[in-house]
Design a protein around this ligand. Structure first.
Ligand code: UGA
Length: 461
């Protein structure tokens, strides 16, 4: 069994992960799997969640995760509610706690809420005896590494170096993203005081990631690099969604435009899919955090620039609602509209910031009777996301019963395989299908008698 050796010759044998959620769980599992010489303790205050990680079923759905957890659990991967022992027993402590958008006080609705980070630091300070490398993995506002260092300073029994090592995993592909990342950022104090700690963490990742993909930089660059990557991905989507409006108006096809643009190797084809807008817990939160940073730095033009990416996202959902209303003869009041898909993207049961939320809210405001179905999100989760005014249906056919319109809000593969003749048979005439995800082939649906609207598909005018 090879231990991790570093330029300083020290071997890392123990890692503690604080937070057993979407980030901490998969990160701990892959670290344990790829570094058999390292004991990984994943610690969380939530005993229920730790119980699920320890005994199953796992609290999050992530392809490939279960196999890794069962291979490593009890060998060098442990789940615990005993934060103190896990912290003190580790050489490296990863902070993987949530940083949602602040709900109250200064910066509410924009700044990231870092109270869980502060709490984690207080736990680390209380329990650490001796030297620890503290790694911020959660997505945080720029400057957080410095504020973590400040929190850890003082009269405790520990000594600390703080590194920024932002996560780049997307839901549904977390294991692949962790196993074969495009890059790993390891940010250290700009003056170089934590350079040795940086090398130790490089040594951990180098066990399975080619060294040229492990990038050393300052903490500020790593923190801003993470926000910038998400902001630029979101910007590409908003760019295509903005163009989708033009396509519909002039008779162009947004998928053809995406092809034309994406085939330029300098641009590339990823994240150019127009749709109902981006969702999830990351893009909006990180854009808001970037806009807030720019505003606090009095860089108003910069703040406005990134805020536009969010505005286009909201506009796209509003535009979809307007299209449904227009195509249903100017009003949806009292009419049944089925919404298929509530998850923010296919492959996840997560509904956070899902485009369906904005679309359903708009339809309800217009007086529609909204029935929804999602193949993965449970009824309770749907109602938590959309409120009690919607009727949750066990299958797509029930949702479409008597409907004037069907709106596809998540591009689930399952929706391709639906029996559209059966759906058409249950709907009121004319039967309108709004494909916001560009999932379906239009011609066979039109042959069945549907009036089909595809986002950014000018041909349907
Ligand atoms: C995103 C980033 O992709 C990850 O690299 C990052 O680590 C993560 O945020 C994070 O900060 O934690 P995630 O939000 O899980 O990951 O999901 P994505 O696959 O990026 O999708 C985000 C949204 O964009 C979804 O609603 C998706 O449907 C939408 N999207 C994506 C489009 O509308 N068009 C596209 O072409 C691609």
């Amino acid at each position: 069994m090879s231990l991790v050796t570093t330029e300083e010759g020290a071997a890392v044998k123990s890692i503690c992960i604080l937070g057993a959620g979407y980030v901490g769980g998969p990160t701990g599992a892959v670290l344990a799997d790829r570094c058999p010489g390292v004991n990984v303790h994943v610690a969380d205050v939530d005993a229920g969640r730790i119980g699920q990680w320890s005994q199953g079923p796992l609290p999050i759905h992530e392809p490939g995760l279960e196999v890794i957890v069962s291979r490593c659990r009890g060998r060098n991967l442990f789940f615990t509610t005993d934060l103190g022992t896990a912290i003190d027993g580790a050489e490296i402590v990863f902070i993987c706690v949530p940083t949602p958008t602040k709900a109250h006080g200064k910066g509410a609705g924009m700044a990231a809420d870092v109270s869980a980070i502060e709490q984690a630091c207080r736990e680390i300070k209380a329990h650490a005896r001796g030297y620890k490398i503290v790694v911020e993995k959660s997505t945080v506002p720029c400057g957080t590494a410095a504020s973590i260092a400040g929190l850890l300073q003082g009269d405790g029994a520990g000594a600390f170096d703080v590194l920024s090592n932002p996560e780049f995993m997307a839901e549904g592909t977390a294991i692949a993203d962790l196993s074969e990342p495009d890059r790993v950022l390891i940010g250290a104090h700009p003056s170089g005081t934590s350079a040795a700690a940086q090398e130790r963490l490089v040594g951990v990742y180098a066990q399975w990631i080619p060294r040229e993909r492990i990038l050393r930089m300052s903490s500020w660059s790593a923190e801003l690099g993470k926000l910038a990557a998400n902001a630029m991905l979101a910007q590409r989507i908003s760019s295509m969604n903005a163009l989708s409006g033009i396509c519909e108006a002039v008779g162009a096809d947004v998928e053809e435009v995406a092809l034309a643009v994406g085939r330029d190797r300098r641009i590339g084809g990823a994240f150019l899919r127009a749709g109902p807008g981006f969702g999830g817990s990351c893009f909006q939160k990180d854009l808001l955090s970037l806009v807030y940073l720019a505003r606090t730095l009095h860089l108003d033009a910069v703040a406005e620039y990134w805020a536009q990416v969010l505005q286009i996202n909201a506009w796209q959902q509003g535009r979809l609602v307007d299209t449904v209303v227009a195509r249903l003869h100017g009003t949806v009041a009292g009419k049944r509209v089925a919404v298929l898909g509530v998850a923010f993207k296919p492959g996840t049961g997560d509904t956070r910031e899902s485009p369906a939320i904005g679309v359903v809210a708009g339809l309800l405001r217009e007086g529609a009777v909204v029935r929804v179905h999602d193949p993965v999100v449970p009824a309770k989760g749907i109602q938590r996301a959309l409120g009690g005014a919607v009727e949750v249906c066990a299958d797509a056919y029930a949702a479409c019963e008597g409907a004037d319109g069907v709106v596809l809000c998540t591009g689930w593969e399952e929706f391709r395989a639906l029996d559209y003749a059966r759906i058409h048979g249950r709907m009121r005439r004319p039967a309108n299908l709004f494909d916001a995800c560009l999932l379906l082939d239009r011609a066979p649906l039109e042959r069945l008698g549907f009036s089909v609207f595809g986002i950014g598909k000018g041909r349907g005018k």
